[in-house]
Write a protein that binds this ligand. Structure first.
Ligand code: ASP
Ligand code: MG
Length: 412
């Protein structure tokens, strides 16, 4: 039997009624001839509540117990989904991560999946089970302890199962009906995209389009898992949602597919660092070791052998970055007169695989922003992305102007 993976996020299993609704969709795919692996999140709000319990009990908590506690929300929904399916006369049972077993590293709170042996579940499929309901977000470490995959990790569970079982597709049911050209709350001209390439989705996911955990997209790209994002609240439609797939599957070529925006990026400037070989390594080496996600880097023109070095990092890592740099200064590894953190910025990016073969995208982006009187503070580019930092108050305006300039209202 062909295998289909269906993942239901927290809002899609938030009540017994919604679980029933989701189970009906599963029943339809069983009727279509699939063996189905259902991955469930905890009911919405549940994981946050559990994290709150942990922090209140023990601010310097033992990460192994954190995982034992916060993984429990998924156990409840897995059992309830299996029961609901059984009530519909569909042979189903629940699996916790360790029962599969979904084997992970020991990095509690942010574990990585190492292996999913398919034998146990396949054995049950061969016996006539039609649906395996698996608790998302959780696994087991080599030490035999429960682990979790980081917030939003059920997406990654789903993609990993699709890869391990060679599933025809991995459907991610959520509360939005697909991937949009930009955040529809910023402009009502935003269009739902029918198809997005893995590379584009990876950029969009890591740039603040919060539909999928970034790691799940990396995994889907590596194992060529066709991913579909769709709403569990809309009527059944076999072509609903957005398909995230290999570039070759996308016939019509767009230069730009989306405009992403993130408020969670800060601009850090080291004032008057020495302009000599090794200085960038002395700054960014320790930041990397401390796990700071540096994205954009600009080194300004030097004067008298000194220069300003500017970079961006997530807002919630600013304190840690400041500590790392002041420690490096105290240790005599680097010298600077001042460290200025500007959290009043936003990162706006245009993304599209078509950029690889089309020139002039950056020029058009900069012209568009300048026509709106928006000052660009930092620029970074990759093969399929151009990002700029602008004052936060201009974020919406920048997105709207770029969406218009690249005619994304016609992207559908
Ligand atoms: N329940 C977990 C969380 O909220 C995992 C998930 O839903 O993907 O992060
Ligand atoms: Mg999620």
């Amino acid at each position: 039997m062909p295998v289909l993976v269906m993942k239901f996020g927290g809002t899609s299993v938030a009540t017994l009624d919604r679980i029933r609704r989701a189970a009906k969709r599963v029943g339809r795919e069983v009727a279509n001839g699939y063996d189905v692996i259902v991955i469930v999140s905890a009911m919405s709000g549940e994981t946050n509540k559990l994290v709150g319990f942990v922090n209140e009990t023990s601010p310097m908590y033992d990460a192994r117990e954190y995982d034992a506690i916060v993984s429990s929300g998924e156990n409840v929904t897995a059992g309830l989904m299996a029961l609901t399916l059984q009530e519909m006369d569909i042979p189903a049972r629940s699996w916790q991560g360790w029962q599969v077993p979904l084997k992970t590293t020991s990095a509690h709170g942010a574990a990585r999946i190492k292996e999913i042996p398919p034998e146990n579940i396949n054995f049950k499929f061969a016996e006539g089970m039609k649906v395996a309901v698996v608790a998302g977000f959780q696994g087991i470490s080599p030490e035999g302890r429960i682990t979790t995959l980081g917030r939003g990790g059920s997406d990654t569970t789903a993609v990993a199962f699709a890869a391990a079982f060679d599933a025809e597709r991995c459907d991610i049911y959520t509360d939005v009906d697909g991937v949009y050209t930009t955040d529809p709350r910023i402009t009502d001209k935003a269009q739902k995209l029918e198809k997005v390439a893995f590379e584009e989705m990876l950029e969009l996911a890591s740039l603040g389009a919060k539909v999928l955990q970034t790691r799940s997209v990396e995994l889907a790209m590596r194992y060529k898992v066709r991913l579909r994002v769709l709403s569990s609240f809309e009527e059944y439609d076999p072509n609903a949602g957005t398909l995230i797939c290999a570039e070759e599957e996308i016939v019509e070529s767009r230069v730009v597919s989306g405009v992403a925006a993130s408020r969670e990026e800060a601009k850090m400037t080291l004032v008057s660092v020495a302009d000599r070989p090794g200085i960038a390594a002395a700054i960014f080496g320790p930041l990397a070791e401390a796990g700071i996600n540096v994205d954009m880097i600009v080194q300004n023109i030097s004067e008298d052998g000194e220069t300003d070095m500017t970079f961006s990092c997530p807002t919630d890592q600013v304190k840690r970055a400041e500590k790392v740099l002041s420690d490096a200064k105290s240790a005599g590894d680097i010298a600077y007169t001042d460290l200025i953190a500007d959290t009043d910025v936003a990162k706006v990016s245009v993304v599209g695989i078509g950029m690889r073969s089309q020139s002039g995208v950056a020029a058009k982006m900069f012209k568009t922003l300048s026509d709106e009187g928006i000052n660009i503070k930092v620029i970074a580019t990759s093969e399929i992305k151009i990002s700029v930092l602008v004052d936060r108050k201009y974020m919406e305006l920048a997105v709207q102007a770029l969406h218009d300039a690249f005619e994304l209202e016609k992207a559908a």
